[in-house]
Design a protein around this ligand. Structure first.
Ligand SMILES: Cc1cc2nc3c(=O)[nH]c(=O)nc-3n(C[C@H](O)[C@H](O)[C@H](O)COP(=O)(O)O)c2cc1C
Length: 313
């Protein structure tokens, strides 16, 4: 099964994408992911100025889910300039720069500064669920806020495609997606972490995370990701590409997200569980599945569930 594709003028040798926040912000870690077979890498969320994250403990994992309240720490644009600059010198795979800010104005400013570094694609994180104490409800939770951020970033983004990273923690992800599409979004990343959730230590009777709550990722959120991708794909009539992200561990998980409407597949939590070869493993499993099921090009799978539903209606 063919796994490569050209999307918005960018060549992806396979659909796997290193999800934001998982492997630091260094050129060395992106190069390592590329060596391990990833199709594209995403930076962790980049702020205009240094932003301190939350106190430890910030992560707890089980076989079924991970809770994280890292709190989006980042050294700011100057550090990003060094790392992205170094990666660009001999870039093995496309680079997606993920940005975050506390105001619409600063989303535009951060985008402008980061775009000077010529990423292949800009991903706008409006959906982190574990910094509400600092900044209030994420922009992804309101049609007006999500649309305003999209418009502001699109006003400065020129030819670089802008993907908006959406939250599952909303009444209607379809309504948010439609608003962002009208404001000019070129695509979406669906989803950021869910919740937030909480885990309590039985002995101390205290929350395990210092921040008390954290975003939920890993296998437990895959059905949520599949539903959200399907909603966004349907709402935008399959016209805008989606980086489907959430609980992907295997090739079959990736195929399921594609049937819901994903064009590329973000992988985060699975990196800790299956190890750094997870990208190659997922691609090999996808290719095996394609062989067994007579699918020659992975593109046939994108949005496949919607076409089956239509046939039956
Ligand atoms: C430890 C950790 C840190 C993360 N940091 C970011 C981040 O900085 N920016 C962002 O947009 N998403 C961040 N995420 C969310 C992931 O990119 C992804 O959307 C989410 O974890 C769901 O995918 P998964 O189940 O494959 O991990 C983070 C997730 C984890 C587990």
């Amino acid at each position: 099964m063919k796994l490569s594709q050209t999307l918005l003028g960018i060549d992806f040798k396979n659909p796997t994408v290193l999800a934001s926040g998982i492997w630091g912000i260094t050129a060395a870690s992106w190069r390592r992911a590329a060596k391990c077979g990833v199709g594209a890498v995403t930076t962790k969320s980049l702020w205009l100025h240094e932003h301190k994250g939350h106190r430890n403990p910030t992560i707890i994992s089980t076989d079924h889910w991970t809770l994280n309240a890292v709190g989006v720490p980042d050294a700011g644009v100057e550090k990003a300039r060094e790392e992205i600059g170094s990666f660009n010198k001999n870039k093995p795979v496309p680079l997606i720069a993920n940005i975050i800010a506390e105001s619409v104005e600063n989303y535009a400013k951060t985008a402008e500064r980061i775009l000077e570094l010529k990423p292949d694609l800009l991903e706008v994180n409006i959906s982190c669920p574990n910094i509400e104490d600092e900044f209030g409800r994420p922009f992804a939770c309101s049609v007006g806020d999500a649309s305003a951020v999209t418009k502001a970033v699109k006003a400065v983004s020129g030819k670089t495609p802008v993907f908006i990273k959406l939250s599952p923690n909303v009444d209607s992800i379809a309504a948010i997606a439609i608003a962002c599409a009208k404001a000019g979004a070129d695509g979406f990343t669906v989803i950021n972490t869910a919740g937030p959730g909480m885990a309590i230590d039985l002995k101390s009777r205290m929350p395990i995370l210092a921040n008390k709550v954290g975003g939920i990722s890993g296998p437990a959120i895959k059905p949520l990701a599949v539903r959200c991708i399907a909603d966004v794909y349907k709402a935008t009539e399959g016209k805008l590409p989606i980086i489907g992200t959430g609980g992907v561990f295997t090739g079959e998980d990736a195929i399921e997200l594609m049937l819901a409407g994903a064009t590329l597949i973000g992988i985060g939590t699975a990196l800790a569980d299956r190890g750094e070869n997870v990208f190659k493993l997922v691609c090999d499993e996808m290719a095996d599945w394609g062989k067994k099921n007579g699918v020659k090009d992975m593109k046939e799978l994108i949005g496949g569930m919607h076409r089956e539903l239509q046939k039956k209606s």
